[in-house]
Ligand binder design. Structure first.
Ligand code: NAP
Length: 287
């Protein structure tokens, strides 16, 4: 029987585990320590399920599929602890926002998943808001997870255009995460004077970086993303906003930092990105 482990008992990892555990009992949710989590959907707060988390170090099986769903600043620490879970046959899926982290995982079968699962972790409580989708490259290994996820809530979408999908999500995150984190205000800050214009300019710089990297996005990408922001509830925060408020390290290395490095590589003129990246970097907590 295929053994599956998910590392990261947060909003994304818990949702993946819960969706698969409803059909399979060989799906293990791993974290820093042994504990139980409460999990519920936003629409049904009185219907709480319990999820069991096993400490990575207490779990001794080599798994067939390992899904890593931690935030970017947490990845290196996780990678230093997983050798005992991985064999040459293991498929590793990185379910994370941003770009550029895949190269840190020294294994032949590593794939990025573009995450469309929305939720929030507060201590030992997970609230799932919406979506259950991971988008991945279409190949024989990811097809295995696609098959496993059939008839579960988890939706695996396989694509021949994974680079475009990753970049699209990267740009979605780059705009709203930046604005909410820097202003330390939720999405309604977009209603403030000139904020949409600033966000639009930032997204357009992102488009020029994607183009320089050979990524072809639809001409309507910027307006599509601005429409997505319009659809967000005004009181919604972003993960970078919450991380900034809590003075935790944010995911800027894989989002604004990645874009900034690409822009330098191609010697592009990106004044808005350069400014916001510098301001965000200055607000990272000291290590
Ligand atoms: P999260 O709720 O903060 O969960 C991360 C989990 O990883 C936490 O439970 C944390 O454990 C665990 N972790 C950290 N270091 C660990 C370690 N060394 N060993 C084991 N477990 C460790 O994060 P998330 O929201 O699920 O985000 C995961 C990724 O998905 C991020 O890249 C995020 O940007 C992306 N994403 C999130 C959403 C969303 O709505 N949440 C949407 C799309 C994409 P502790 O509980 O002990 O701290």
């Amino acid at each position: 029987m295929t053994q599956i482990a998910i590392i990261g008992p947060g909003a994304v990892g818990s949702t993946i585990a819960k969706d698969l555990q409803e059909k399979y009992n060989n799906v293990h949710l791993l974290g820093r320590s042994n504990k139980q989590l409460n999990y519920h959907s936003y629409e049904t707060p009185d219907q709480t399920s319990t999820l069991q988390v096993t400490a990575i170090n207490d779990f001794s099986k080599v798994v067939d599929i390992l899904i890593i769903a931690v935030k970017i600043p947490q990845l290196q620490n996780v990678l230093s602890q997983i050798n005992h879970l991985i064999g040459s046959h293991t498929t590793i899926i990185l379910a994370q926002n941003g770009y550029g982290q895949l190269g840190h995982i020294k294994h032949p079968n590593v794939y990025q998943a573009v995450v469309y699962i929305s939720g929030q972790k507060q201590e030992n409580h997970i609230t799932h808001f919406q979506d259950h989708t991971l988008i991945m490259d279409n190949n024989s290994r990811t097809q295995q997870l696609f098959e496993i996820a059939q008839n579960t809530k988890l939706s695996i979408e396989l694509t021949d255009q994974i680079e475009e999908k990753i970049w699209y999500k990267l740009l979605v995150n780059s705009g709203i995460n930046t604005i909410t984190a820097l202003t330390q205000q939720p999405v309604k800050v977009m209603e403030k004077p000139n904020m949409k214009q600033l966000c639009n300019q930032l997204l357009n710089e992102g488009i020029s970086i994607a183009k320089a990297e050979g990524i072809v996005l639809e001409p309507s990408t910027v307006s599509d993303i601005m429409d997505i922001y319009e659809s967000y509830p005004p009181e919604m925060g972003t993960s970078m906003y919450y991380d900034m408020l809590a003075q935790r390290p944010t995911e800027i290395d894989g989002i604004q930092g990645f874009l900034y490095q690409c822009a330098r590589k191609h010697q592009l003129h990106t004044p808005i990105l350069d400014t916001v990246y510098t301001l965000l970097l200055a607000q990272q907590p000291e290590e």
